[in-house]
Design a protein around this ligand. Structure first.
Ligand code: PLP
Ligand code: NAG
Ligand code: NAG
Length: 390
C-alpha cells in the first residue's frame, strides 16, 4: 500500500462526499438525447447453440460518457467497435469498474422480453456508488438499453432455449495514476447471443471444491456489488478447483465455514432442517452475498407457493455434513442469470467427497423453478416480472 501514490490529503474527503452526477445544472442521462449511428455492414448471425459464451457480439453498442465537469453526455448507439482509452484509465489500474448481466428472450410470437431489468438497474446503481463511480437515472439508462436491443433485435435468437445476453458496464476513465475517485467515466453496453445452458431434459449437476483457504468476500468489502475486481481475484481458486477435478468453487466464509455462494451463483439448500421442517434456505444478504435477481425470484416464487419454509439463514459445512449423514438433504443448487438453476452433485471438502443427492431426489424443486422462470421469460406465462420490447 505504501508504494501507491495517495491523493487523500488534497481535498479527497470533500470530493468523495459530493453526490456524483446529482448537480442539476450538469448533464443528466436522457434517453431522448440518444444519437443513433447505424452500422453500414451487418455481421452474419451465428447459431447461438454453437457459440462459446460471450465471444460473439451484435452489430451495435451503447456508450455514454461522463465527467464531473459536464455530467452525462448524450448517449450514443453506434457500430460495435473497440474503445480508445487513456493507458492510465483508472478501470485498468485499480479496477474502478462494475458490470451487470441480464438477458432478452424471444417468444413463439416473436415478442421480445426482458426479465426484471429494473432489479439490474438498481443493483448497477448501488455498485456505482460503492465504486465512487457516478450515479445515473436508472429508467433513462434502461430506455437506452431497450433501444439498443431494439436496433439489434434480429440478434435475439429465434429459439426458446437461447437468448441475447446484455452486458452493461461502467468504468472509470480517469487519465491519472492517482488512487482517487474518478472525474471521468463511461457506461457502455454490449450484446452477445447465447445458447441454452442445459440440454433441457437433463439438468447437468456440478461438482464443487470447498477450501477455506480462499475467500470471495468479507463483511465491509465489495462482494455484494458486481465489481470487476471481485471476479478477477476469484480465478486462482477456480483454477485450483479444476485441478482438483471439480467444476466450480464453493465459497466458504468464517471460522465455522459458512456456505456462501458457488462460482458466480447464489446457493440454495432444499432439505429437512434441524427442527424437522421442510425448508428452502439461502444465505442472508449480510454484505458478502451478491443479491442475485434469480435468487430474489426464487425466494419470491417459493414464498408465494407457501408449501415449505423459505429462509434466508446461515448454513455451515457442519450443518450440511450432519444433514447428509441423517439423509435430510433433498437438493442443492446454484442460481444465476446464465443457467437459472444448476444442481450440485458433489462437494470435495477436506479431502473427502460429500455426495449431494440432488439427482437421486429427481432435482424436483430445481426443475420446477427452471420451468416456471423460463415460462415467464419466454412469455408462455404472462407476468409483471417481464417487460415487452415495443
Ligand atoms: C451475478 C452473480 C450472481 C447471480 O445474480 P443474477 O442476478 O441472478 O444473475 C450470484 N453471485 C455472484 C457472485 C454474481 O456475480
Ligand atoms: C479491435 O482491436 C483488436 C486488437 O487490436 C483488433 O484485432 C480488432 O480487429 C479490432 N476490432 C475492431 C472491431 O476494430
Ligand atoms: C430428504 C429426501 O428426500 N432425501 C432423499 C434423497 O435421496 C436419497 C438417495 O436416494 C434418499 O436416501 C433420501 O431419503
Amino acid at each position: 500500500m505504501a508504494s501507491l501514490p495517495q491523493d487523500c490529503n488534497n481535498g479527497c474527503l470533500e470530493e468523495c462526499m459530493g453526490e456524483a452526477g446529482s448537480n442539476p445544472v450538469m448533464g443528466t442521462l436522457k434517453a431522448k438525447d440518444l444519437i443513433i449511428t447505424p452500422a453500414t455492414i451487418l455481421k452474419e448471425k451465428p447459431d447461438p447453440n454453437s457459440v462459446v459464451f460471450g465471444t460473439v457480439f451484435t452489430d451495435h453498442m451503447l456508450t455514454i460518457e461522463w465527467s464531473s465537469e459536464f455530467g452525462w453526455e448524450k448517449p450514443h448507439i453506434k457500430p460495435f467497435q473497440n474503445l480508445s482509452l487513456h493507458p492510465a484509465s483508472s478501470a485498468l489500474h485499480y479496477a474502478v469498474e462494475l458490470f451487470e448481466g441480464m438477458k432478452a428472450f424471444r417468444d413463439v410470437d416473436n415478442k421480445i422480453r426482458l426479465f426484471r431489468p429494473n432489479l439490474n438497474m438498481d443493483r448497477m446503481h448501488r455498485s456505482a456508488l460503492r465504486a465512487t463511480l457516478p450515479g445515473f437515472d436508472k429508467e433513462e439508462l434502461m430506455e437506452c438499453i431497450l433501444q439498443l436491443v431494439k436496433l439489434d433485435q434480429e440478434w435475439v435468437p429465434y429459439s426458446t432455449s437461447a437468448s441475447l445476453y446484455i452486458r452493461p458496464t461502467l468504468i472509470g476513465t480517469e487519465p491519472s495514476l492517482g488512487v482517487k475517485k474518478p472525474t471521468k467515466a463511461m457506461i457502455f453496453v454490449i450484446l452477445s447471443p447465447v445458447g441454452s445452458y442445459f440440454s433441457k431434459e437433463t439438468l447437468n449437476p456440478v461438482s464443487l471444491w470447498a477450501n477455506p483457504k480462499f475467500v470471495r468476500a468479507w463483511k465491509g468489502g465489495t462482494g455484494d456489488c458486481k465489481m470487476g475486481g471481485n471476479y478477477g481475484s476469484s480465478l486462482f481458486a477456480q483454477c485450483e478447483a479444476v485441478e482438483n477435478g471439480c467444476q466450480q468453487v464453493l465459497w466458504l466464509h468464517g471460522e465455522d465455514n459458512q456456505i456462501t455462494e458457488v462460482g458466480t451463483m447464489n446457493l440454495f439448500l432444499y432439505w429437512i432442517n434441524e427442527d424437522g421442517e421442510e425448508e428452502l434456505a439461502t444465505p442472508p444478504l449480510d454484505g458478502i452475498i451478491l443479491p442475485g435477481v434469480t435468487r430474489q425470484s426464487i425466494l419470491d416464487l417459493a414464498r408465494k407457493w407457501g408449501e415449505f419454509k423459505v429462509s434466508e439463514r446461515y448454513l455451515t459445512m457442519g450443518d450440511l455434513t450432519t444433514a447428509l449423514e441423517q439423509n435430510r438433504v433433498k437438493e442443492m443448487f446454484g442460481s444465476g442469470t446464465a443457467c437459472i438453476v444448476c444442481p450440485v452433485s458433489d462437494i470435495l471438502y477436506k479431502g473427502e467427497t460429500l455426495h449431494i443427492p440432488s439427482v437421486e431426489n429427481g432435482t424436483k424443486l430445481a426443475t420446477r423453478i427452471l420451468d416456471k422462470l423460463t415460462d415467464i421469460q419466454y412469455g408462455r406465462e404472462e407476468s409483471d416480472w417481464t417487460i415487452i420490447l415495443s
